[in-house]
Design a protein around this ligand. Sequence first.
Ligand SMILES: C[S@@+](CC[C@H](N)C(=O)[O-])C[C@H]1O[C@@H](n2cnc3c(N)ncnc32)[C@H](O)[C@@H]1O
Length: 344
Amino acid sequence: MSKTGALDLATGLGGKIDKSDVLSAVDRYEKYHEFHGGQEQGRKDNYTDMVNKYYDLVTSFYEFGWGESFHFAPRWKNESLRESIKRHEHFLALQLGIKPGYKVLDVGCGIGGPLREIARFSSSSVTGLNNNEYQITRGKELNRLAGVDQTCDFVKADFMKMPFPDNFYDAVYAIEATCHAPDAFGCYREIYRVLKPGQYFAAYEWCMTDGFDPQNKDHQKIKAEIEIGDGLPDIRLTTQCIEALEKAGFEVIWDKDLAKDSPLPWYLPLDKTHFSFSSFRLTAVGRLITKNMVKALEYVGLAPKGSQRVQDFLEKAAEGLVEGGRREIFTPLFFFLARKPLDG
Ligand SMILES: C[S@@+](CC[C@H](N)C(=O)[O-])C[C@H]1O[C@@H](n2cnc3c(N)ncnc32)[C@H](O)[C@@H]1O
């Protein structure tokens, strides 16, 4: 069972950071970002610290609001958010042609929601690679509860330097994770190395679209809100991802921004004008209630000092994401399927 109660939220806040250090960790995290005087190069040079602090600080909020899978999805009318998230995971498994017995790698696996779903959907073994200790602890517990702990596991490592031999995996996927890489080519090149020749890599990337104008002040603000709210060094253009894949040696089979023909917008759960009982905690009202609850928990000492500040930058993220989605300058649904050539 996912941790979904208010007390679960409070006890998980700060992840592996000592509770007394949460406030200073929030300070240090914020200083990496433009709104607090930080710069892109600083985030890239210190990506491990920046991203790990981010996930220690936010994982409990994510689990409380989203459940076990931390990603968006295109959505049909009359489809619940939960259903759309699972369908989006199944789509990846189908695109990759995952077969029973395949050894699959999930790059940047969170607490393993997609990993468990894909392993059960395709009867494969999935290894989750993640550099965040707290998320791995949660993931192992959830794997055990789901009964997939004999076939699926976690490895704590950086996806820029993976501890796996060459030509090892039958399929590799990444869901809204490689956007944290300081350099897309370096990350894709590692994925290429560990994938068997002739096999496939598929991903959902967070990207700025062709509609993004780097000189436009509003666009810059939206991008900076998403970066601080989501622990990102620099959001790349879709075209930069394709170039990096090709440079790494992949043959790109097809790519598409799945936001383009989604019947319901992917950002709907976070949109202030939208209300939903089934994803209530993500709505503006739900977020306001969580904000007040966190304030109270921090006041009585059940949540560490600094927790409200985390909630604040997550709110900034929600605003940037909705605005970026509405203006079609940002997408979290840039899909690609790429193949490592047989002679690669
Ligand atoms: C938005 S979460 C997505 C998690 C998961 N794919 C899902 O959909 O539930 C991004 C994940 O990437 C992981 N990550 C970020 N940078 C990483 C790195 N350098 N090496 C390994 N994992 C990383 C984070 O710890 C986090 O688990």
